[in-house]
Design a protein. Structure first.
Ligand code: FAD
Length: 443
């Protein structure tokens, strides 16, 4: 079965003729933006080329975390934690959100000190997070036999179900009047007097005053059509899901060898704690210099691979006409093949650390392409070149948890409302205004 099962959202039959805002992309970012806008009385159409939430937003680990984030994301993530805590009630649907805590394991003094020092980023927030060790840590990791110096434990963190969340948000946006259009790729935008005046979809035109591109891994391609250079590449991560299992940890746990999160169905989502695959593609060369600082930081965790993906992307047109099928229509769901090797390694590491997992049965594996920016923080911004055009993308492996707040910030920017947090660090122009663009912590 390709990808995880995602709660199905049936798209609307009719295309609206005119709306205030078109949102491109039905992942957690696009659906959250659409919801926020619709709740503010904006007329919204959300266009998704495949089904709601079928790319990154359903394939992720389901971690909702502020811990170990890049400090520039902390204020927005604090807002996200506030939103998640009342989200199900607001949506009238279940996202599986639970504040169950997240643990980052520290095997030695060096990593203990690094995590302890990261904790300073939460000073001033009413969010519990602390270093733990000894009996307290053992109690958090029942049945474990890892030899740890300690761990960063953040009870304020939690989890939600990726296969439920974006669909629940999309349905709630529809309750508030948004049109939800699936199998409806946006081929391009139209302008009048230099400003956004509409979009062309595979099903026809929608007039609008503003567009939000929340296209995940496809955003670079879309922007390229307008000469807008969004530096963005992809890394691939493989996930394994087990059948329900008794006796494993309740809090999610990150260690170098594996990362685990208990699922609502009682199973576990398991992945490598730090290994990712980078498919070399033509744009890898184009953006090599932009990504150099990030590569230096992440070098040991990346496996570079040259293969079919290079040729797929090389064949993908960079330009197309509005009356012909766009590349978005040729690939409805980005569905890379999982790496058995990496997920087996993670599973074996987990079994050695928690013998109870020797009883766990594998239910499914899948992979997902993570879209990354050179500084590993997103773009949530208007784009000066085309008034009315906005980008919310590049969440670099941590967009699921922050998604609801990113949607709020994007809606603030579109509607001219005072922003929920200072959006300066997320501006698109940082890539061209001389800013030193680099990650402040790892992916
Ligand atoms: C394996 C894995 C593990 C991860 N773990 C976590 C985690 O534990 N916690 C966390 O916070 N984050 C995690 N992430 C990252 C997180 O999943 C992403 O940052 C987040 O889902 C991005 O959401 P999005 O809406 O920007 O993109 P996506 O979910 O990829 O959605 C983009 C959508 O846009 C659509 N689209 C693109 N172009 C067009 C077009 N022209 N017309 C119409 N539709 C279009 C696509 O079809 C797609 O559905 C993980 C990601 C992966 C892959």
């Amino acid at each position: 079965m390709p990808g995880p099962y995602v709660v199905r959202v049936n798209g609307d039959e009719n295309l609206p003729e005119k709306v205030d805002v078109v949102v491109i992309g039905g992942g957690i970012i696009g659906t959250s933006t659409a919801l926020e806008l619709a709740e503010r009385g904006q007329k919204v159409a959300l266009c998704e080329k495949g089904g709601i939430g079928q790319e990154q937003s359903s394939r992720n680990w389901g971690w909702v975390r502020i811990s170990r984030r890049d400090p520039r994301e902390v204020p927005l993530m604090a807002e996200a934690l506030r939103i998640w805590s009342g989200f199900d009630k607001r949506l009238g649907r279940d996202t599986g959100y639970k504040r169950a805590g997240i643990i980052f394991a520290c095997p030695d003094d060096k990593s203990y000190e690094e995590h302890e020092s990261w904790g300073k980023n939460l000073e001033g927030y009413q969010l519990p997070s602390r270093m733990v060790s000894g009996a307290e840590l053992d109690a958090l990791l029942p049945g474990g036999n890892m030899k740890l110096k300690g761990a960063l434990y953040t009870p304020a963190d939690g989890r939600a179900e990726p296969q439920k969340a974006a669909p629940a948000v999309a349905e709630a946006a529809r309750d508030k009047g948004a049109a939800i259009l699936t199998e409806c790729a946006v081929r391009g935008i139209e302008t009048s007097g230099g400003k956004v005046s509409g979009v062309v979809t595979e099903r026809g035109r929608i007039a609008c005053d503003a567009v939000v591109l929340a296209g995940g891994a496809w955003s670079n391609l879309f922007c390229g059509l307008y000469g807008i250079d969004l530096p963005q590449l992809k890394v691939m991560n493989t996930v394994l899901r087990t059948k329900p299992l008794e006796g494993g940890p309740e809090a999610a746990l990150w260690s170098k060898d594996f990362a685990i999160r208990k699922r609502q169905d009682g199973g576990y989502t398991i992945a490598s704690g730090h290994e990712n695959i980078v498919d070399i593609v033509p744009k890898s060369f184009r953006y090599a210099l932009n990504f150099l600082p990030a590569l230096k930081m992440e070098w040991s965790s990346l496996s570079f691979r040259f293969g079919g993906r290079f040729f797929e992307e090389a064949r993908m047109p960079a330009r197309w006409n509005m009356d012909e099928a766009s590349p978005f229509e040729y690939n409805r769901v980005l569905d890379p093949k999982p790496s058995l090797d990496m997920s087996n390694k993670a599973f074996n590491g987990l079994k050695a650390a928690f013998p109870v997992f020797n009883k766990a049965e594998i239910a499914q594996r899948w992979a997902g392409y993570i879209d990354v920016t050179p500084d590993a923080i997103p773009v949530i911004s208007a784009v000066d070149q085309i008034p009315g055009f906005h980008i919310a993308t590049g969440f670099s492996g941590h967009g699921f948890g922050i998604g609801p707040a990113a949607g709020r910030l994007m809606a603030d920017i579109v509607t001219g409302r005072s922003p929920v947090v200072d959006p300066t660090d997320f501006r698109f122009s940082r890539f061209s205004d001389g800013t030193k663009v680099r990650p402040l912590s790892g992916f």
